[in-house]
Ligand binder design. Structure first.
Ligand code: DP6
Length: 409
C-alpha cells in the first residue's frame, strides 16, 4: 500500500424548487414517490452546496463532515447513495482486483451549504446532489444517470442533478430503476426568469418533509383527492403550459399545486403546519399584483409563488417585472429597524424600483389590510434572496496523486 495515493474532486450542486410538489412516497427505503414532480433549478451563484470527496488506500474507513462537523455515516440514506455509486464504479472498473482497485478505497466526504440547512430551502436536495456528483467523479463513474443515486439520499435531490426545468418521473418498477429525473427545458425557456425567496424564518422546521408527507398519506382526505384525481392532471397541464410557453397558465398551476400540498398538510391528523401569517401575506400580495397586471393587459408580467415544507415563499418573476415586484415587496415588508438593506436584500442586486401607479395603490391597500386584520408586528420577513433559474451541478476541481498523474479518474 502506498499511503500517499489519493484522488480528490470538488463539485457544486444547485437548489431546486418544485412547482409540482413531490409529496408522498410509495417506497420509503428506495425513496419512490407517489406522483411525478416538476421543478426549477436555481442558479448556483447565489445558493449551492459544495462537496469535496477524497479517496485513498491510506484511509481506514469512510467519513463524512457536514458544514465542518463530523457526522455519522450510519445514516442509511447516505449509505444507499454510496452503495449505488460504488456498484456502478465496479461495473465500469478496469482496475478491479488489482492493487490499484480504487473502488475498494474508502472515501472522505466534506459537504457545506452556503444557506440555512433544513429551513425549507431545499438544502438536502443540493447537498445530496453535490455529494453524488463528487463521489461518482472521484470513483471514475462517467456518464450514466446520477438522478437514481441522488434520489436515494433525498427524493427531491434527484432533480438537483440537472438544470433548468426538470421532471422527476415516479416510475412503475418496484426496484425504482425507472424513477428518474429528466430535463424538460433549459434555464432560459421562459426568457430570463428570476427567483425571489422571501425568507420568513431560517430556522429548522418543526415537522420534516419525510414525516409531513407520511402523515398526509396516512390521514389526509385532501391528500387522497390529490393522489387520486388532481395532481396527475395538473402535471400534464403544466408540461403542456411549458411546451407552449404559456407563462400565465404555468403560474396558475404552480400556485394551485402549492396550495393543494399545504391544504393536504392542514387536513392531516395531527395537522402539519408550515405556512405562517407572513406566508399568507405574501400569497395575498402576489394575487393582488397579478390581478393588476392582468387588468392592465400584461399577463406576461405575472408572477407565482410556491412554498416547500416551510414558511418561505419562492416567487418566480420574469426579468421585466423584477424592479416593480421588488419595490412592492419592500413597501409591504420593509426591513425591521436593526436590519440594513444590505442584509435584507441578498443575492443579485435589484434593478431600480419602478413601481407603476396602480401598484402603489395595491401596496397601500395591502398594508392597511394587514394592519387592521393581523398584528403587523407578526408579519415580517427576515430577508430576501434574489437569484435566477440556472444550470445543473459542476465539477469545479480535480486533483490526483498516484505516481501516475495521467490516470485521473
Ligand atoms: C416539499 O426530498 O426533502 O420540498 O425524500 O423524505 O428526503 P425526502 O423528502 P424531501 O421532500 C421535499 C418535499 C418538498 C417538495 C418537493 O421538493 O418536491
Amino acid at each position: 500500500m502506498t499511503p500517499h495515493k489519493y484522488f480528490i474532486v470538488t463539485a457544486t450542486a444547485p437548489v431546486n424548487i418544485a412547482v409540482i410538489k413531490y409529496w408522498g412516497k410509495r417506497d420509503e427505503v428506495l425513496i419512490l414517490p407517489l406522483n411525478d414532480s416538476v421543478s426549477f433549478t436555481l442558479s448556483q451563484d447565489q445558493l449551492c452546496a459544495t462537496t469535496t470527496a477524497c479517496i485513498s488506500p491510506a484511509f481506514t474507513n469512510d467519513a463524512f463532515w457536514l458544514n465542518g462537523k463530523e457526522e455519522s455515516l450510519e445514516n442509511p440514506r447516505i449509505q444507499n447513495c454510496l452503495k449505488e455509486i460504488r456498484r456502478r464504479a465496479k461495473e465500469s472498473c478496469s482496475s478491479c482486483g488489482s492493487e490499484d482497485d480504487i473502488t475498494s478505497w474508502p472515501v472522505h466526504i466534506c459537504s457545506a451549504n452556503n444557506f440555512p440547512t433544513a429551513a425549507g430551502l431545499a438544502s438536502s436536495a443540493a447537498g445530496y446532489a453535490a455529494m453524488v456528483v463528487a463521489v461518482a467523479e472521484v470513483y471514475g463513474v462517467s456518464g450514466g444517470d446520477l438522478s437514481v443515486a441522488a434520489r436515494q439520499g433525498s427524493g427531491s435531490a434527484c432533480r438537483s442533478v440537472l438544470g433548468g426545468i426538470v421532471r422527476w418521473y415516479k416510475g412503475e418498477q418496484l426496484d425504482g430503476s425507472d424513477s428518474v429525473a429528466r430535463q424538460v427545458a433549459p434555464p432560459d425557456h421562459f426568457g430570463e426568469l428570476h427567483a425571489i425567496l422571501c425568507v420568513a424564518s431560517g430556522r429548522r422546521k418543526k415537522t420534516g418533509s419525510t414525516e409531513g408527507m407520511r402523515r398526509c398519506v396516512k390521514t389526509s382526505l385532501v391528500m387522497n383527492m390529490r393522489l387520486t384525481s388532481t395532481v396527475d392532471a395538473r402535471t400534464k397541464n403544466i408540461v403542456k403550459a411549458i411546451a407552449e410557453k404559456d407563462w400565465s397558465s404555468f403560474c396558475d398551476l404552480t400556485m394551485s399545486d402549492s396550495q393543494e400540498m399545504h391544504a393536504a398538510c392542514l387536513t392531516a391528523s395531527p395537522p402539519v403546519v408550515y405556512m405562517t401569517d407572513t406566508s399568507h401575506a405574501v400569497v395575498e400580495l402576489v394575487h393582488e399584483y397579478n390581478r393588476v397586471v392582468v387588468k392592465e393587459g400584461q399577463p406576461q408580467l405575472k408572477i407565482c409563488y410556491t412554498f416547500d415544507a416551510g414558511p418561505n415563499a419562492c416567487l418566480f418573476v420574469p426579468a421585466a417585472a423584477v424592479g416593480q415586484v421588488m419595490s412592492l415587496l419592500l413597501k409591504v415588508f420593509p426591513p425591521s429597524d436593526h436590519c440594513t438593506l444590505d442584509t435584507y436584500l441578498r443575492g443579485l442586486p435589484c434593478p431600480t424600483p419602478q413601481l407603476i401607479p396602480s401598484l402603489e395603490a395595491v401596496s397601500l391597500d395591502l398594508i392597511n389590510n394587514f394592519h387592521s386584520a393581523n398584528s403587523p408586528a407578526g408579519i415580517k420577513l427576515q430577508y430576501f434572496m434574489h437569484t435566477t433559474v440556472g444550470e445543473g451541478p459542476r465539477v469545479i476541481a480535480k486533483e490526483s496523486h498516484n505516481n501516475k498523474p495521467s490516470e485521473v479518474p
